[in-house]
Design a protein around this ligand. Structure first.
Ligand SMILES: Cc1ncc(COP(=O)(O)O)c(C=O)c1O
Length: 387
């Protein structure tokens, strides 16, 4: 690609960290000594593959303060979320499952699917800032859920929840508590024990690792039925020959994400603040502005300007960012996170997400601000001509 647009969509995915790539290359046959093997084979090739998987497991566990035996490798965050909800539900009598109203679809959909098996599903309300609404939470607890899932950080607004408190309260009424930490890990401190959750989801590609790898970190007391049965890999919880290259990359990515996290968070928060000030001066409404949030994420809308149109114009101007719409249908739907926060659909249709990451430079953010002002000026001119 001769011309590389500035990448401002780090919550969608991240480029592979060069050190991760380096660690993966031998397992792709692309560096000496080339390595391969089925981690279940009882010969030297198999033993090397097993050792690599074990080392990666130890790295992932150390990064989140868990025990290596608590890490179950999956194909990513979506599978880990499904494994927790469907896997735990399959071992219980149908009861109440409660998930927040702002979860990623890979939590909401499996929770919804449980209804076919007789479960009742309830969405926990959030307030106007996107934080769990305390009154509704108390009502959920009173209804004695058996399974609860609340994300640590939201992928759109970046809003953080007080997971330690929610988990303690849910566990006190007999629920297994899961958190989707896919967006939080690598951006804020994410420790399994300190959070007090029974299960937690991670994804490699959000932290400089490869696409298609992730993990469910899960307390051994939680009984799970596997989604994929077969040869019994991953303690019988996820059969299938391990993707050694991806798992090795995931392990290194976790270690590196934790090592740079604190410095990066400070650097990115300063850039984020500068960006928000500039957006505010142009009349943007910043969603969840007063809530605790990830340091790298800005979710905003400009009155009267459509988010999809804005993202398209920015794309042509050389900046890759995301609109807040779900594009799975022909007619893009406004962000369900914003709707759950009570934002009017007309405003939600204007939503744009800018998310920064380890390679984002101050100069890129400033160029974005300048271009953005130009693009918005053009769109406003067009709107006034049209009137
Ligand atoms: C909050 C959250 N959970 C889960 C996922 C899914 O993870 P994966 O892409 O690894 O399946 C994403 C990815 O967009 C996400 O943002």
């Amino acid at each position: 690609m001769a011309f590389a647009p500035v990448y401002l969509d780090w919550n969608a995915t991240t480029p592979l960290d060069p050190a991760v790539r380096e660690a993966m290359l031998p397992w792709l046959g692309a560096a000496e000594p080339a390595r391969f093997g089925n981690a279940s084979s009882r010969h030297e090739y198999g033993r090397q593959a097993r050792a690599a998987v074990d080392e990666a497991r130890a790295r992932v566990a150390a990064a989140v303060g868990a025990h290596a035996t608590e890490v179950v490798f999956t194909s990513g965050g979506s599978e880990a979320n499904n494994l927790f909800l469907k896997g735990a539900a399959a071992t219980m009598k149908p009861a109440l499952v409660a998930v927040s109203g702002i979860e990623h679809p890979c939590v909401r959909e499996p929770a919804r699917q449980l209804q076919r098996g007789g479960w009742t599903m309830r969405e926990i309300a959030v307030d106007a800032q996107g934080r769990i609404a305390i009154e509704d939470w108390q009502a959920v607890l009173a209804a004695r859920p058996r399974l609860v899932s609340v994300m640590l950080a939201n992928n759109e607004t970046g809003v953080l929840q007080d997971i330690a408190t929610l988990a303690a309260q849910a566990r006190a009424v007999g629920a297994w508590f899961h958190t989707d930490a896919v967006q939080a890990f690598g951006k804020i401190e994410t420790k399994f024990r300190a959070l007090g959750v029974n299960a937690m989801t991670l994804s490699a590609h959000k932290v400089g690792g490869p696409l298609g790898a992730g993990a469910l970190v899960v307390d051994k007391r939680v009984e799970l039925s596997p989604l994929i049965a077969g040869g019994g890999q991953e303690r019988g919880l996820r059969s299938g020959t391990e993707n050694v290259a991806a798992i090795v990359g995931f392990g290194v990515a976790c270690e590196r994400a934790v090592a740079r996290r604190a410095d990066e968070a400070l650097r990115l928060a300063a850039l984020r603040d500068e960006l928000e000030q500039a957006l505010g001066a142009l009349g943007a409404r910043i969603f969840s502005a007063t809530a605790p949030r990830l340091p790298n994420t800005v979710f905003f809308a400009l009155p009267e300007i459509d988010g999809e149109t804005l993202v398209g114009k920015l794309d042509r101007a050389g900046f890759a960012c995301a609109s807040g719409s779900a594009c799975s249908s022909a007619q893009p739907e406004p962000s369900h996170t914003l709707l759950a926060m009570g934002v009017e659909p007309a405003v939600a249709r204007g939503a744009v997400r800018v998310s920064l990451g380890r390679d984002t430079l101050a100069d890129e953010v400033r160029r974005f601000i300048a271009s953005f002002a130009g693009v918005v000026g053009e769109l406003r001119n067009l709107a006034s001509v049209a009137v």
